[in-house]
Design a binder for this molecule. Structure first.
Ligand code: PGA
Length: 264
């Protein structure tokens, strides 16, 4: 199967934004765009990842959207189940609330909140054990790219993942490549550089699982309505993880539309 036969995913990572009233407006506006010109789940899977406190209101508000928009958690606890773990939200609690997808290993978690390989792999194990689907983020720093280590760093992150994913669980995994130097900086990897890394990731995944052939590999890092089409045109870029531009319904919708149209 060629990369373009994979259904693209466009996922809005809202990070620690916005206030509840703005969140309601953002969803309302996104629903209006989708009502006026629907993008079917076959054309492009659309998802939003609000803050933990907004997950359930957003999910509720999306129930009557013209197309199915998924609600994704931005993180989960390294601890499974329930218990005396103040401040934590486990995979089981997410599942119990009807949340089926979770981001894991975002570079902001790795860099700012101490999510090291051990913690990230515990989170992966917990999520998959609770039957959640994961969007596993990988990416190199500017220093690593400039010293020629980008590919090695990213493939190591894929190996870290492979160490804890069983054969049957790979269908619940999506990978997002987000070069750290491109996140929130306005600097996007060129489509050629992004495609080259995505092709490396795909060939690494194919060695680990037959599902590597059809797995969606998303690009993230300053994706905007203006650059979405060029990124979507790359065969191994099967969608986007969008930060800043996801806080504007029009640009987020346009990014989803670009992927839906180019990949058709
Ligand atoms: P950005 O963030 O689109 O604002 O660069 C992407 C991300 O961190 O997921």
């Amino acid at each position: 199967m060629s990369g373009s036969a994979i259904t693209p995913w466009v996922v809005g990572n809202w990070k620690m934004n916005p206030m509840q009233s703005d969140s309601q407006q953002l969803i309302q506006s996104l629903k209006q765009y989708l009502q006026a010109a629907p993008i079917s789940a076959q054309q492009c899977r659309i998802a939003v990842a609000p803050t933990a406190i907004a997950l359930l209101p957003v999910q509720q508000q999306l129930k009557d959207a013209a197309v199915d928009v998924l609600t994704v958690a931005q993180d989960l606890s390294r601890v499974a189940g329930t218990g005396a773990y103040t401040g934590e939200v486990s995979a089981e609690l997410l599942k119990d609330s009807g949340i089926e997808h979770v981001l894991i290993g975002h570079s902001e978690r790795r860099e700012l909140f101490g999510d090291n390989v051990q913690i990230i792999t515990e989170k992966v194990k917990n999520a998959l054990k609770a039957d959640l689907s994961i969007i596993y983020c990988v990416g190199e720093s500017l220093e690593q790219r400039e010293s020629g280590q980008a590919e090695q760093v990213v493939l190591q992150q894929i190996c870290d993942l492979a160490n804890v994913v069983s054969n049957a669980q790979w269908t619940k995994v999506i990978v997002a490549y987000e070069p750290i130097w491109a996140i929130g900086t306005g600097k996007t990897a060129s489509p050629a550089d992004a495609q080259a890394m995505h092709a490396n990731i795909r060939s690494g995944l194919k060695q680990l699982t037959p599902h590597g052939e059809t797995m969606a590999i998303l690009y993230g890092g300053s994706v905007k309505a203006e650059n979405a089409e060029a990124l979507a045109a790359c065969p191994d870029i099967n969608g986007a993880l969008v930060g800043g531009a996801a806080l504007n319904a029009e640009s987020f919708y346009q990014i989803a539309q670009a992927f839906a149209q180019v990949k058709k």
